[in-house]
Design a protein around this ligand. Structure first.
Ligand SMILES: NC(=O)c1ccc[n+]([C@@H]2O[C@H](COP(=O)([O-])OP(=O)(O)OC[C@H]3O[C@@H](n4cnc5c(N)ncnc54)[C@H](O)[C@@H]3O)[C@@H](O)[C@H]2O)c1
Ligand SMILES: [Zn+2]
Length: 360
């Protein structure tokens, strides 16, 4: 069992990573005596891990809310269901909300914790690789609005995060790969040594060797924690974590969230961004190829679909939250382990990179 500290002054917290952490009393989910606990999970994860999470909690009155599984339920309606449940159980300001599941449950439950009585204690128990390496750390919570993903939300840091890699045994392979896209993302823009490590350890990662997975998840979280500690509210360096995401969000919207998992869209987005960077001479030739090789090792897609028109992608990117004063704000790799914020790419340059990234 190992811990990583997210340094945020009085809001600092520990992320505990290990194998087999669920199932017995665990300090990471210590609950103040005589207070209420609401566990929010979904119908897929509940039969797998709810009981072993409950076994970690001593001396508390535990309530449970089971939501349907899927991004399409990350909405106002299901946020209301969590609030209704908190009201039902007469939760007071000292209550604790625990999310057990992937990023959807973490984001939605986290926002209920952020907003109920202006904020209650919140613990994340992420069970998907994507949530373990990315979504559960950093305090971004929220839900989707029909006109935009994560359009409503708040920053609300958890008091602790518990990552049990045993849960990855039941995670579908495609979801595991999608999580790898976010691991590769953070290595690509922040940690050149980690990028090489991923290349060297891909076989063990694909075989889910426990020690390799723990090292990988810890290093991803440590990188993210450092970024969040430096820039909690994304006024600067935290934007680098959006590498590949402007293109990914546009592609996800264009395909109505039906074709690609988020991580898959991010993989394609990183391909376009790194190609653009190479074409503009902002990073050395060959980085795009190197990333493609690594993404493919984990079964991730690397090409824009042939049917995706550059003009449509650009149009959707204009609606993205990250657009400031009309110019695109893209994260481009500048070298292995380094990224930059670019607002100078023209429509033509971006279109050319999209077209060059298309499947033929
Ligand atoms: N807050 C953040 O900083 C942040 C960062 C990245 C992504 N996100 C959000 O996270 C969401 C995506 O997260 P995700 O990829 O975890 O999706 P998800 O929550 O939909 O989980 C993926 C699927 O795996 C299932 N699952 C989860 N753990 C499992 C397990 N151990 N065994 C079997 N099945 C399991 C889920 O039920 C779901 O069907 C998006 O809504 C995205 O916006 C948030
Ligand atoms: Zn992402």
């Amino acid at each position: 069992m190992q811990t990583i500290k997210v340094e945020l002054a009085e809001r600092s917290y520990l992320v505990t990573v290990g194998s087999g952490l669920l199932g017995s009393a665990n300090a990471a989910i210590a609950i103040p005596p005589a207070t209420a606990v609401l566990i929010v999970t979904n119908a897929t994860v509940e039969p797998l891990y709810l009981q072993s999470l409950k076994d970690c909690i001593v001396d508390a009155e535990i309530h449970t809310l089971i939501l349907p599984d899927g991004e399409r339920f990350k909405t106002l309606e299901f946020w209301t269901k969590i609030i209704d449940k908190l009201v039902d159980i007469r939760a007071t300001r000292d209550a604790t909300l625990i999310t057990l599941g992937g990023g959807v449950i973490g984001d939605l439950g986290g926002f209920a914790a952020a907003s109920y009585m202006r904020g209650i204690r919140f613990i994340q128990v992420p069970t998907s690789l994507l949530a373990q390496v990315d979504a559960s750390v950093g305090g971004k919570t929220g839900f989707n609005h029909p006109s935009g993903k994560n359009l409503v939300g708040a920053f609300h840091q958890p008091v602790s995060v518990l990552v049990d890699i045993e849960t990855l045994k039941t995670l579908p392979g495609r979801e595991f790969s999608a999580g790898m896209a976010e691991v590769i993302k953070i290595a690509a823009i922040r940690d050149a040594g980690f990028l090489t490590w991923l290349e060297d350890n891909s076989k063990n990662i694909n075989e889910k060797d426990p020690d390799t997975l723990i090292s990988m998840i810890k290093r991803s979280i440590a990188n993210k924690a450092a970024v969040v500690a430096e820039d909690e509210r994304e006024s600067g360096v935290r934007a680098l974590l959006n590498f590949g995401h402007s293109f990914a969000h546009a592609l996800e919207t264009l395909t109505h969230y039906e074709e690609y998992l988020h991580g898959e869209a991010v993989a394609i987005g990183m391909m376009v961004a790194s190609r653009l960077s190479e074409q503009r001479g902002l990073c050395a030739a060959g980085f795009n190829r190197r990333l493609a090789n690594l993404l493919q090792t984990f079964g991730l897609p690397c090409e824009m679909p042939a049917g995706a028109q550059a003009a449509d992608i650009l149009g959707l990117m204009k609606l993205d939250k990250k657009v400031i004063a009309g110019s695109y704000r893209l994260i481009l790799p500048s070298a292995a382990g380094r990224g930059l914020i670019d607002s100078d790419s023209t429509n033509e340059q971006i279109s050319a990179a999209i077209v060059a990234s298309q499947a033929r």
